[in-house]
Design a protein around this ligand. Sequence first.
Ligand SMILES: CC(C)NC(=O)[C@H](Cc1c[nH]c2ccccc12)NC(=O)[C@H](CCCC/N=C(/NCCC(=O)O)S[C@H]1O[C@H](COP(=O)(O)OP(=O)(O)OC[C@H]2O[C@@H](n3cnc4c(N)ncnc43)[C@H](O)[C@@H]2O)[C@@H](O)[C@H]1O)NC(=O)OCc1ccccc1
Ligand SMILES: [Zn+2]
Length: 255
Amino acid sequence: MTGRRKPERMDLADAAEALAGARRLVVFTGAGMSAESGVPTFRDALTGLWERFDPQALATPEAFRADPALVWGWYEWRRAAVGRAEPNPGHRAVAALAARVPDTVVVTQNVDDLHERAGSAATVHLHGSLLTPRCSACAEPAPAPGAGAEPGEGRRLEPPRCGHCAAPVRPGVVWFGEALPEPAFAAAVEAAYRCDVLLTVGTSGLVYPAAEIPQVAARRGGTVIQVNPEETPLDAVCAVNLHGPAARVLPALVR
Ligand SMILES: CC(C)NC(=O)[C@H](Cc1c[nH]c2ccccc12)NC(=O)[C@H](CCCC/N=C(/NCCC(=O)O)S[C@H]1O[C@H](COP(=O)(O)OP(=O)(O)OC[C@H]2O[C@@H](n3cnc4c(N)ncnc43)[C@H](O)[C@@H]2O)[C@@H](O)[C@H]1O)NC(=O)OCc1ccccc1
Ligand SMILES: [Zn+2]
């Protein structure tokens, strides 16, 4: 691959060819995958959540201990927004790819259920999910609150109490400073280790250890293909960089 940037259609052809020949595929996704479904990303200028909210005050165990109602309210607001969102053509293209390449593993950093709703039932969630709240003390799974409890943006909402030990229920996501769920991370590393093609979509590649996954595949000689309108630190390990939006580029890749 020469340094000179090739017209997108040739990159697209290269990527489609690599995908057509894939025997063991990993699809690794981030917030950009759901951006066209109306779910905000974290770092995009103006619209990114971290542009408007302080991750230290909302997405850490310390934040939840300090003010459980502020944190619970914020995650309920995000869960309600995901409930109103629909999978986009990008999510559906990922499901179609998995149907075409039987040995496909979909690994996401996203805490929404749009991959599952698009047909990727066995999606590996590295950072948990908004739909699996649990007790903050005994980890007893808690029922997802009904639709009624939707707080406005930034509104505080007392978390429900655990039916088992009465401690506050917390969102089922992985906060900064918390370990990733071991089975999910191990499955993702193993899939990246043995894949021949890895497609990374809509991630800035800045959050670790998740951002290791595409790099493991590249180190193992896998063909790494990126779909992202912007350049990211992952460009360096990618054989093909498709600088366009997921919902437009992915369907073109599976046509
Ligand atoms: C910020 C970063 C520097 N910090 C970290 O990585 C930290 C610390 C750290 C650990 N190792 C390191 C090594 C180096 C440096 C720092 C660290 N990592 C941790 O804290 C991790 C935990 C990290 C997980 C945090 N939780 C999330 N989410 C759940 C919650 C929630 O959702 O609220 S991370 C959260 O942000 C991440 C955001 O990344 P992206 O998805 O990439 O989104 P972003 O907005 O950044 O980018 C969007 C991209 O999409 C593109 N895009 C936009 N539109 C489109 C479009 N239409 N189509 C395609 N692409 C598009 C944009 O161009 C952009 O590139 C996601 O992973 C998301 O899940 N835990 C841990 O290390 O624990 C230790 C430990 C170990 C053992 C035992 C105990 C403790
Ligand atoms: Zn409990």
